[in-house]
Ligand binder design. Structure first.
Ligand SMILES: C[S@@+](CC[C@H](N)C(=O)[O-])C[C@H]1O[C@@H](n2cnc3c(N)ncnc32)[C@H](O)[C@@H]1O
Length: 207
C-alpha cells in the first residue's frame, strides 16, 4: 500500500527503522551529515531561483540535510522536505531552527509514495531516482508549477545497477508533456571522476 503524506508538527515518522534504505542512509548521514550541511545548494536551483515563485508550496524530494529546502524557505516558499533518513531530517530541522526558517519534515519511503494532485508550485528532485514518481510529479504540480530535477546518467562502462542511472535524455522524454524550460546532459567533476548527469527544468502547462 502506498505511503500517504502525514505531517505531524515538524517531523512525521512513518517508516519502520528496519527499512534497509533508512538504515543505510542513516549510517551515511551519521558519518558525513555535518559535512553535507556545509555544501552549497545545487547550482541549478540557485540559477533558477530568481524565476521561481516566492509564495506557495514546494516539495523537496529526497531532501537529505535540507540545504536546498532551506534556500527555498528563505525565498518565501512553504517547503515540505521528504527523505527516508531521520538522521538527515533531524539535521535539516536543526538548521531550520538555527536560521529561524519554517520547514515541514516528512519521513517517507519515496519508492511507495503518493502526493495529492494539483498541490505544489514547485517540486525539486536532486540525486534521487525513483521512476514511479514521474507521473505523480506531473499530477501533483499545480498548473504553471515548476519541476527541477538533476541526477546521474549511466556512464558508458558503469558496473553499478543501471536502475540508479538515467538513460541519456530520459528526463526530457519523461516530461515532454510539460513546457521544457531547460534540458541538458553534462558532465560534472567529482573527486577527479567525470560523472554524466541530466538536468531538467520544466513547467506544467496551465489547464
Ligand atoms: C544523494 S542524496 C541527495 C540529497 C539531496 N537531494 C541533495 O541534492 O543533496 C539521496 C537521498 O535520497 C534519500 N533516499 C534514499 N532512498 C530513499 C527512499 N526510499 N525514500 C526516501 N528517500 C530516500 C537518502 O536518504 C538521501 O538523503
Amino acid at each position: 500500500m502506498p505511503n500517504q503524506l502525514y505531517i505531524i508538527e515538524n517531523l512525521a515518522i512513518l517508516i519502520p527503522m528496519a527499512h534497509l534504505d533508512a538504515k543505510r542512509w542513516n549510517r551515511r548521514y551519521q558519518k558525513y551529515g555535518l559535512t553535507r550541511l556545509t555544501h552549497p545548494p545545487r547550482q541549478l536551483l540557485t540559477d533558477y531561483l530568481p524565476q521561481l515563485p516566492q509564495h506557495g508550496l514546494a516539495l523537496d524530494v529526497a531532501a537529505g540535510v535540507g540545504v536546498n529546502s532551506l534556500l527555498l524557505a528563505q525565498h518565501g516558499l512553504q517547503v515540505i522536505a521528504t527523505d527516508i533518513s531521520t538522521v538527515a531530517l533531524t539535521l535539516a530541522q536543526q538548521q531550520a531552527q538555527k536560521h529561524n526558517l519554517p520547514l515541514q519534515l516528512v519521513q517517507l519511503d519515496l519508492a511507495q509514495a503518493t502526493f495529492p494532485p494539483h498541490s505544489f508550485d514547485l517540486i525539486i528532485n536532486f540525486y534521487y531516482l525513483e521512476r514511479s514518481l514521474f507521473p505523480i510529479y506531473r499530477q501533483a504540480l499545480k498548473p504553471g508549477g515548476w519541476l527541477i530535477m538533476e541526477t546521474f546518467v549511466k556512464p558508458e562502462h558503469a558496473t553499478e545497477r543501471p536502475v540508479h542511472y538515467l538513460h541519456p535524455h530520459e528526463l526530457h522524454h519523461a516530461f515532454q508533456s510539460m513546457q521544457i524550460v531547460h534540458s541538458k546532459l553534462l558532465t560534472r567533476l567529482s573527486r577527479n571522476e567525470k560523472e554524466p548527469i541530466e538536468q531538467l527544468v520544466a513547467r506544467k502547462y496551465a489547464e
